[in-house]
Design a protein around this ligand. Structure first.
Ligand code: URA
Length: 198
């Protein structure tokens, strides 16, 4: 049976699939265009996301907004989700069993949105979506084709906020330009050209 958004929202809203439900304030399913060609996947909600029930609204989210704006996009044209839908205490990396409990929700989101491009933000998302032994520092920027979906692993915005040398920021900017160029090649770029250099 084809899952609907309503079924998914219903199931997620009172999910007790793992221990993260015990400490959450809100489940954070995702947001953006349900017809998006590009879907971003992060790790899991942080404090502000947990408080508001929306993904990427804290400092990392503000940086993600800027990264999108730098290539002429905004949240309304992409879809944004996370590997786990409930905040891990103290923002720790979600455990494998927590990720596994939550992955069916991400799969359902993927089936409903049908994005052509999936951008994995950070190691947790890239490992869960691409390969468990992926190394984000070595493999960021390298596109992977999975059953016709183009997948781009890149750094998590939180890692960019901690980046002291600026090297990761430069690499992430390369990745965003590569995303924009791939969207143009695929004829799915809705953005306005903006001249930004990092
Ligand atoms: N970090 C994430 O991985 N996801 C969010 O929604 C916010 C911060």
């Amino acid at each position: 049976m084809q899952v609907t958004w309503e079924m998914l929202e219903d199931a997620v809203s009172d999910c007790r699939g793992c221990v993260l439900c015990q400490t959450r304030q809100h489940v954070v399913l995702g947001e953006g265009s349900r017809n998006a060609d590009v879907m971003f996947v992060g790790e899991g909600p942080g404090q502000q996301e947990d408080e508001q029930g929306r993904p990427f609204v804290g400092p990392a989210g503000q940086l993600l907004d800027k990264m999108l704006a730098a290539i002429g996009l905004d949240r309304s044209v992409v879809y944004i989700a996370n590997i786990v839908k409930c905040r891990p205490p103290h923002n720790r990396v979600p455990e494998a069993f927590e990720q596994n409990a939550c992955l069916p929700y991400l799969r359902a989101q993927f089936v409903l949105v049908r994005p052509k491009i999936l951008v994995c933000l950070g190691a947790t998302a890239a490992k869960a979506v691409i390969r468990p032994d992926l190394r984000i520092t070595r493999e960021r920027g390298i596109w992977v084709d999975k059953k016709g979906t183009q997948i781009l692993p890149t750094y998590h915005p939180s890692a960019l906020l901690r980046d002291e040398t600026g090297e990761k920021k430069r690499e992430a900017w390369q990745d965003m330009k590569a995303l924009r160029d791939r969207m143009k090649e695929m004829g799915i770029y809705p953005g306005q050209e903006v001249e930004a250099d990092g």
